[in-house]
Design a protein around this ligand. Structure first.
Ligand code: GLV
Ligand code: MG
Length: 326
């Protein structure tokens, strides 16, 4: 362990995060009854400019009046480059009461963006005497944001999670795609050499670097890492594959841009019975090994050592968190 102890963000379930346009009151009502771990009421890109003031009012009303159960509740405000953002922050904090947990901050480019928002939130919270400090969930979705991802992750004690906003990221990096998430047929490798008759083409994951990079920054500063949208909500297998890839890299949840994606996300990001049993066996085997003064042993023909305990403990902790929440 480093001598630097990293403080962890508050533990929250974040397997599924439902995006709902706050311009549509009936969608907000449905979202309150959904199986999402986190719901974010969107004031940003799912809301047309003319609808922004009404969306803000709907969000305030929905936060105050709907029964959100034990869901984590968030509002995605507009970007710092718009004139909507200051009013989003002020109205939401002044008028929505204590139920809101988080603000989602889009298109963050530098640590100073977070500093500015922290300052504004702190002033409004102090002015209204808010008891609970709002946390920040930050979308990494621009080339500038990715270039500064470490400083952004470390920029405020309010920070709880980093999210990969694949659609804006593709636009910002000028990636040659018009899809929202998922693989691209042109991003692949060809096996073999010129002249081979059995060459095969395998699709690769064009988002691998971006998701990995964000995960490292998030975990280095004690934050959750969450994968963003998958646009084709008719493709549940595609969603599952993308969610699994992000999960294997260290994300602990994924957005749902349609309610049909919620149960998939909850399932993919909950450890299976087999995973939990295996993790418990690793912990037991390592306890025995330690008692015998050994640092490493074999289990089912594979080496396990002290690092395996930490991996297994993460898995068991996650399962306990899920059991406690259900
Ligand atoms: C999310 O906001 C995205 O741009 O993918
Ligand atoms: Mg975006």
């Amino acid at each position: 362990m480093s001598f630097t102890i990293v403080e962890q963000a508050p533990a929250r379930m974040n397997r599924s995060e439902l995006a709902v346009p706050a311009s549509k009151m009936r969608f907000l009502e449905k979202a309150a009854q959904s199986s999402a771990d986190v719901v974010f009421l969107d004031l940003e890109d799912a809301v047309a400019p003319d609808e922004k003031p009404q969306a803000r009012k709907n969000a305030i009303q929905a936060i105050q009046e709907l029964d959100w159960g034990d869901k984590t509740l968030s509002v995605r405000v507009n970007g710092l480059d718009t004139h909507y953002m200051y009013r989003d922050v002020i109205d939401i904090i002044e008028q929505s009461g204590e139920r809101l947990d988080l603000l989602m901050l889009p298109k963050i480019g530098t640590a100073s963006d977070i500093y500015a928002l922290d300052m504004l939130c702190t002033q409004v919270e102090d002015a209204v005497g808010r008891q609970k400090r709002l946390g920040f969930e930050i979308i990494i979705e621009t080339a500038l944001g990715m270039a500064n991802v470490d400083e952004i992750a470390a920029a405020s004690k309010r920070n709880e999670s980093l999210h990969f906003g694949v659609a804006d990221y593709a636009a910002s990096t000028q990636a040659r795609t018009t899809m929202i998430g998922g693989p691209h047929a042109d991003y692949g490798v060809l096996t073999g050499e010129a002249g081979d008759s059995d060459r095969q083409y395998h699709w690769g994951d064009m988002w691998h670097y971006a998701v990995s990079r964000m995960v490292v920054a998030a975990r280095a500063y004690g934050l959750r890492a969450v994968d963003g949208p998958f646009g084709d909500f008719s493709d549940s297998e595609g969603f599952r594959a993308q969610a699994n890839r992000a999960g294997v890299l260290g994300c602990e949840g994924k957005w749902a841009i349609h309610p049909s994606q919620l149960d998939l996300a909850n399932e993919v990001y909950s450890p299976s019975e087999a995973d939990i049993t295996k993790a418990k066996r690793i912990i037991e085997a390592m306890e025995e090994a330690t008692a015998q003064g050994l640092g490493a042993v074999s289990l089912d023909g594979r080496l396990i050592d002290i690092a395996s305990i930490k991996q297994a403990e993460n898995m068991v902790k996650k399962a306990e968190q899920i059991a406690a929440a259900s």
